[in-house]
Design a protein around this ligand. Structure first.
Ligand code: PMP
Length: 465
């Protein structure tokens, strides 16, 4: 149960929000007219708004509150570290006990020889730093032309200029200038949108072939890396065809192209493992980026892990000025690292990965029961990453007109009934906390079914058949 009396002046907060908060990822004009959801508390898999209403959090904060809300041990670890040493910079050869311990601990979970960790402030800065590291490495190797980066449409890798430039959600790409000179986008490997009549196997060959053709077109000597989320999360939980991750990784090895696995979402249990790259997809990337579940969102932290193969080359030249000139004041923040260590303790002690492995498939199956609704075109994902794609026509898979605002209409109906979902145009994305129970899943799916049915009925009046 929530532990406050919810004595908020809601009108005052709403007015201050409208007048002073700049919200990301929302039409700025809309903020002026819509009531904000103001979240006051969280416990387990649920949040409470300032009115005191409980909602099952289908978003997990933003794919991140993996161990659930309200963990006393996390509050204690954060407070203890803040008292002991609130901050010190990692620049030069300075460390703090929690950052050093965390670096070593992460490498224990990492595949292959990913033995070295660079801490950042979140996912965008982890991706940005990893890409800069790849360029740094190729400069050091005397290959200044090996700088081209290959990525995919519908990828999301962050909001710095570089991480946004390797992202590929079409709706986001027109609004601000991006780097195009050394970044190349392949089509998204989305089986739901494969050409009519094409088998999944042939489609797999096609999208894997896209990577090889692009490397050959650019010249392998010019291609630095391929960056890929194992499942494309914010692009609509796109699950590539079977074997895609392994085959694209093998192509990268064949052409001496580095493989960056962006595990900002998939890491720390969301797919049932601390890192999904090797146990789920059979790959040993050269670099893994992570954030979000690293601290379960209690405080910000990100990191990239790099292989000993790459790193040891850089360390052979002491004194020759090989300094990685990239770092943030809050890189390796000791309070965040202390939180991450306790977060890992909890994930291990409570067998959160085991819970995800057991309950994740159930979550997916329950959402799949919604495919009997005419508006549901596709239910896809894995474990606690799932997307429902709504369609205007099940047969042609037509995208509903933007003015129907399908997902938002469903979102608005779900909230008062106690379920928070993430609406993205005609997509509904789920990434709940990893402590959600079967009973809470049943409750969430029942609310969703009722709300989707109502929206479907409303839309019939607008021409939905
Ligand atoms: N990579 C992926 C795969 C992500 O989903 C995100 C955020 N949703 C990022 C990077 C950026 O992380 P952050 O928002 O912490 O900067």
């Amino acid at each position: 149960m929530p532990n406050s009396n919810f004595a908020y002046d809601i009108a005052d907060l709403t007015a201050k929000d409208r007048d002073h908060m700049i919200h990301p990822w929302v039409d700025l004009g809309t903020v002026q007219s819509r009531e904000p959801l103001i979240v006051a508390q969280g416990e387990g898999a649920c949040i409470y708004n300032v009115q005191g209403q409980r909602m099952i959090d289908g978003i997990g904060g933003m794919w991140c509150v993996n161990i659930g809300y309200g963990r006393e041990e996390m509050a204690q670890a954060i407070a203890d570290q803040a008292r002991k040493l609130c901050y010190f910079s990692p620049f030069g050869i300075i460390g703090t006990p929690p950052s050093i311990e965390l670096a070593e601990r992460l490498t224990r979970h990492a595949p292959g020889d990913l033995k070295h960790v660079f801490f950042t402030t979140g996912g965008s800065t982890a991706v940005d730093s990893a890409l800069r590291f790849v360029h740094f490495y190729n400069n050091f190797k005397g290959r200044p032309n090996k700088k081209q980066i290959i990525t995919r449409e519908y990828a999301y890798h962050g909001s710095t200029l570089l991480s946004a430039s390797v992202s590929g959600k079409p709706a986001d790409r027109g609004r601000m200038d991006l780097i195009t000179s050394f970044i190349h986008h392949l089509p998204a490997p989305n089986p739901y949108r494969r050409p009519d009549g094409m088998s999944l196997e042939s489609y797999g060959d096609q999208v894997v072939g896209d990577l090889e053709r692009k490397i050959l077109e650019l010249g392998p000597e010019n291609v630095a890396c391929f960056i890929a989320e194992p499942l494309l999360a914010s692009g609509g939980v796109i699950v590539p065809p079977p074997g895609y991750q392994r085959r694209t990784w093998e192509i990268c090895r064949k052409y001496d192209v580095l493989y960056i696995s962006d595990e900002v979402v998939t890491g720390f249990g969301r797919l049932g493992h601390i890192f999904a790259s090797e146990p789920v997809f059979g790959i040993q990337p050269d670099i893994i980026t992570c954030a979000k579940g690293l601290t379960s969102g209690y405080v910000p932290l990100g990191a990239f892990l790099v292989s000993d193969r790459l790193y040891s080359e850089l360390t052979e030249t002491a004194g020759k000025g090989q300094s990685f000139s990239n770092g943030y004041t809050y890189s390796a923040h000791p309070v965040a690292c202390a939180a991450a260590l306790t977060n890992l303790d909890i994930i291990e002690r409570d067998d959160i990965c085991g819970h995800v492995q057991r309950v994740g498939p159930y979550f997916h199956q329950q959402l799949e029961t919604l495919t009997d609704l005419d508006m549901v075109g596709d239910v896809r994902g894995s474990h606690f990453m799932v997307c429902i794609e709504c369609t205007a026509d099940k047969k042609t898979k037509a995208v509903p007109p933007a003015e129907w605002d399908v997902a938002r209409r469903i979102f608005e109906k779900c909230m008062p009934r106690g379920l928070l979902i993430r609406p993205m145009g005609h997509l509904i994305v789920f990434s709940p906390t990893l402590v959600i129970s079967r009973a809470q899943i049943d409750e969430a799916v029942a609310i969703l079914r009722a709300c989707m049915s109502e929206v479907q009925d409303d839309l019939r009046r607008d021409g939905f058949k």
